[in-house]
Design a protein around this ligand. Structure first.
Ligand code: ZN
Ligand code: ZN
Length: 369
C-alpha cells in the first residue's frame, strides 16, 4: 500500500464570487469507522456554480472545499468499518460513493424516519478545508456516521459519477412522488442531469409519452437517446403558452398526468402549473435558488393538484441508482452525460463551462494522479 501523504491539493472557496484557489491542505487522521479515499472523479453540479457565487438558500461557511458528487477509492478504513450500506464487504482499493451523514438521533431521523431531512445533517462540499470533506481535492475524508456504497466493478467512473447528486436525487424524488402510473404521460422541465435521469427512470417505469422541455440542443439530443419521445427546445419556442399548446396536442388535449420540474429555474414552476392535467401531480426537484417567483396559486386547488417536493437523497437511493445503471447499461449510454474532463487545477474553467451550459456534466478527473 502506498504511504498516505501528510497534505494534498484542494480547490478552496475563500470568498463568494471569487475563483477557487488551489491550496495544499492537511490530510486529517482517520477516525474509527472513518474512511480516507483518493478522489478518482468529482462531478461538478449546477449547484456548485451557485454555491461558488453565494446564491444558494443554504450557504456554506467560508473557507470551504466544494464538491458533493464524488467517486473515491478507499486508501484507509478506520477500525469498525468493514461493510457498505448494502452489506457488501469493503476493502482498501474499492471504489465507493457516499451520502450526507445523518445524525440518527433527531426528530426527523428517529420519529419521521426520513434521514434526508435530518436536523444535523453533515454535508459534503460544505465543510472547512480542515475536515477535507469536499470532492474538489486529491483526497477526501468520509466521516464515521456516513453511509457508503460500493460502486459495482463493471461500472466506469463516467457511468457512475452522476449518481453522486443528480441521479440519487431523482430516485429519491420519484420515491416521494410515488410511481408514475402505467401509460401515463409525463413532461420533464429541464434537460440537465436531473432532467436526463428523470427521463430514463420514467421510460423504464412504463410511462406512455415523455416530453422533455429545455435547452440546449445537445442535452435534448441525449434526452431522446435516454427515452424522451418528444423534445421542445426553449431556445426555439420561447413563449410558454406556445409550449403549453404543443404539449396539449401531444397529450390527448388534457395535458400530462405528471410534470417533473428539473430546471432549477424558478419561473418554470408557474409554467408547470399551467401545463399539468387537472387532477395531476407535480414533482419539484430542481430548485435551489433563494429568488422568489410569481405563481397563480389558485391553479393548485382549482385543478386539484398534488405537489411534491424533494431534495437530495439517502444512501438507499445511491444504491438503487447504481443498481439501475448496472442493470440498464447495455440499453442506455450512461457515460454520455460526462461531456468534459478537467484537471483539479482547471476547476474554475470547468465551473465557468457548467455555468454557460457548454457542459452537460463537467468532472474533475484525478485518475492518473
Ligand atoms: Zn449536485
Ligand atoms: Zn438527524
Amino acid at each position: 500500500m502506498t504511504d498516505i501523504p501528510k497534505t494534498c491539493k484542494a480547490a478552496v472557496l475563500v470568498e463568494y464570487g471569487r475563483p477557487l484557489e488551489i491550496q495544499e491542505v492537511a490530510i486529517p487522521k482517520v477516525e474509527p469507522r472513518g474512511i480516507l479515499v483518493k478522489v478518482e472523479m468529482a462531478g461538478i453540479c449546477g449547484t456548485d456554480v451557485h454555491q461558488q457565487r453565494g446564491e444558494l438558500t443554504i450557504k456554506s461557511p467560508l473557507p470551504n472545499i466544494q464538491g458533493h458528487e464524488t467517486i473515491g477509492r478507499i486508501v484507509k478504513m478506520g477500525e469498525g468499518r468493514t461493510i457498505d450500506a448494502a452489506g457488501e464487504p469493503l476493502a482498501v482499493g474499492d471504489r465507493i460513493m457516499w451520502a450526507h451523514a445523518d445524525c440518527g438521533e433527531c426528530y426527523w431521523c428517529v420519529i419521521e424516519r426520513d434521514p434526508v431531512l435530518c436536523a444535523r445533517r453533515q454535508g459534503y462540499g460544505w465543510a472547512p478545508p480542515g475536515a477535507l470533506r469536499g470532492g474538489f481535492a486529491e483526497y477526501e475524508m468520509i466521516s464515521p456516521k456516513t453511509n457508503v456504497v460500493r460502486v459495482p466493478d463493471e461500472l466506469t467512473e463516467e457511468e457512475a459519477v452522476g449518481v453522486g447528486c443528480a441521479f440519487r436525487s431523482v430516485v429519491a424524488g420519484y420515491d416521494r412522488f410515488g410511481k408514475v402510473g402505467f401509460m401515463e404521460d409525463l413532461v420533464i422541465q429541464g434537460c440537465g442531469p436531473i432532467g436526463l435521469y428523470s427521463t430514463v427512470v420514467a421510460r423504464e417505469s412504463g410511462a406512455r409519452t415523455i416530453i422533455v422541455v429545455g435547452a440546449p440542443a445537445n442535452r435534448l439530443e441525449l434526452a431522446k437517446r435516454w427515452g424522451a419521445d418528444h423534445v421542445i427546445d426553449i431556445d426555439e419556442y420561447k413563449d410558454p403558452e406556445e409550449r403549453r399548446q404543443m404539449i396539449l396536442e401531444l397529450t390527448s388535449g388534457r395535458g400530462p398526468e405528471n410534470v417533473v420540474e428539473a430546471s432549477g429555474h424558478p419561473p418554470a414552476v408557474a409554467e408547470g402549473l399551467e401545463m399539468v392535467m387537472k387532477g395531476g401531480r407535480y414533482l419539484i426537484l430542481g430548485q435551489t435558488s433563494a429568488a422568489a417567483t410569481p405563481i397563480i396559486v389558485s391553479r393548485i386547488n382549482e385543478k386539484g393538484l398534488t405537489i411534491v417536493g424533494s431534495v437530495s437523497a439517502h444512501i438507499v437511493h445511491f444504491y438503487r441508482a447504481l443498481q439501475f445503471i448496472k442493470t440498464n447499461r447495455t440499453k442506455y449510454a450512461f457515460a454520455d452525460i460526462v461531456s468534459g474532463r478537467y484537471r483539479l487545477e482547471d476547476v474554475n474553467e470547468a465551473l465557468a463551462n457548467m455555468a454557460s451550459g457548454k457542459e452537460i456534466k463537467a468532472v474533475i478527473d484525478n485518475r492518473d494522479r
